[in-house]
Design a protein around this ligand. Structure first.
Ligand code: HAM
Length: 421
């Protein structure tokens, strides 16, 4: 019988130790920083009715047109795996009437997202985001606060050489004027744009500014800039945001070409890029979406948020620094049957105090148990034999410098605490 070789799906990946410790560290930093700004965790399902995403992200976006994992469930309902977190959080906000709570309501989330992307470095089909959404505050102050929070978070994680790109893409009052200007600019050069941009010309011309194809980059040189066509309200919002960012010491560049791949944004958009990644260089991105809650049937509610791409952060961290991974505090080697039993008791006692303890197999020689302790990079080895048992003592050895000694069984917790303090 031939055996089948099972493999994870393309661009979906397992996350294993020791990498998982870097993931946990990033998540812990996120939780700590977000909590200090009053953001609370929410967990929404990974699957939603497809319309939750088509309605919010936009029918004509790459995500909805090409990248969603959509299927009919057994009740013939169209279901999609979430390609991002914002739509689900907005659905939840409206469904659970969270707008009746005092404003602003601030949430964060982490978890897997799914996009059927073309295989490419930095692009996964299952990838993780850690994101935040703040509802109910229309002013530029919260935009600055959210961007500054992202900066704190990325700095604390240890990312270097990152750039904050900020932009305003206007509102339904001023964007149509800009759209007309763009259409006029590209009208004579459609043959120089790629097929996708020819389509975008009719559906969403702003996205032409974001196309990476060389001839589109060339053709759009000199295109009108969105920031030159903002209405008075959007312009004031944007200039106040920039002022607050300066006040908070966030360095940024205004990048009018930075339009986002999701349709729900109004006014503020931002993207954090890294010089040390390839073409997919955005490590985090977000913006304001003042119309989405209403679109979902809720009251008019301004909102802003961002999401950090975990895989890209982890790649940067792995290549830029060495990491200290956790290792056992103690490995207990036992010699003899009585000692084998006692080693379990000692291990249990230490584990309840929070130490990571591994227990050797007493059937194996001391040498082979010590070899295992070495392979595990245990900080200490405790050796318990019949002699030691009788005396109520054990031998300890510190693997880093081979220092050793013996202590009473009653002193081992204090001994370890002292060593690790
Ligand atoms: P997004 O720009 O689509 O925005 O994704 C945010 C981040 O997720 C990106 O900057 C990138 O780091 C990461 N990312 C996106 N797609 C992939 C992929 N295929 N593989 C690996 N990483 C990826 C959003 O998702 C919005 N929901 C952000 C937001 C929250 N806006 C307002 N609130």
């Amino acid at each position: 019988m031939s055996s089948i070789q099972y493999k994870a799906l393309k661009r979906m990946h397992d996350i294993l130790p020791p990498d998982i410790y870097i993931w946990q560290k990033v998540e812990a930093v996120g939780r700590e920083i977000f909590s200090s700004y009053g953001f609370q965790e929410v967990r929404t399902p990974v699957a939603e009715s497809t319309s939750v995403f088509t309605r919010s992200i936009g029918e004509n976006t790459d995500i909805v047109e090409k990248e969603m994992y959509t299927f009919l469930d057994k009740g013939d309902r169209s279901i999609s795996l979430r390609p991002e977190g914002t739509a689900s959080v907005v659905r939840c906000y409206v469904e659970k009437n969270l707008h009746t709570l005092p404003s602003p309501q601030k949430f964060y989330y982490t978890g897997p997202m799914f996009r059927y992307e073309r295989p490419q470095s930095g692009r996964f089909r299952q990838f993780y985001q850690i994101g935040v959404e703040a509802f109910g505050d229309p002013g530029p102050r919260i935009d600055a606060e959210v961007i500054s929070m992202l900066r704190h978070c990325l700095e604390k994680i240890g990312l270097k050489e990152i750039i904050f790109n900020v932009n305003s893409i206007g509102c339904p009052d001023c964007r149509p004027v800009y759209r007309e200007k763009l259409l006029g600019f590209f009208a004579g050069g459609l043959d120089r744009l790629c097929p996708d941009c020819n389509r975008r010309y009719h559906t969403n011309p702003l996205r032409i500014l974001d196309c990476k194809v060389d001839r589109c980059v060339e053709t759009r040189k000199g295109a009108p800039k969105v920031t030159d066509y903002l209405c008075e309200v959007c312009r004031t919002h944007f200039s106040s945001l920039l002022l607050f960012l300066e006040l908070l010491g966030v360095s940024y560049i205004v990048n009018p070409d930075m339009v986002r791949g999701l349709d729900y944004y109004t006014r503020t958009t931002f993207e954090v890029t890294s010089k040390n990644l390839g073409a997919q260089n955005a490590v985090a991105a977000g913006g304001r979406y003042d119309r989405l809650v209403k679109e979902f049937g809720g009251p008019e509610t301004p909102a802003i948020g961002f999401a950090i791409g975990m895989e890209r952060i982890i790649e940067l961290l792995k290549s830029s620094a060495s990491h200290d991974f956790p290792r056992p505090d103690v490995f207990i080697a036992a010699i003899g049957e009585l000692a084998a039993g006692e080693s379990l008791v000692v291990a249990d006692r230490l584990r309840t105090k929070g130490f990571w303890v591994e227990v050797g197999e007493a059937e194996n020689s001391l040498k082979s148990q010590l070899r295992r302790a070495d392979r595990l990079s245990s900080k200490y080895v405790f050796i318990i034999g019949d002699e030691e048992l009788k005396a109520g003592r054990l031998k300890w050895k510190k693997l880093a410098d081979s220092s050793q000694g013996d202590i009473s069984m009653f002193e081992i917790t204090d001994f370890l605490r002292l060593q690790s303090s």
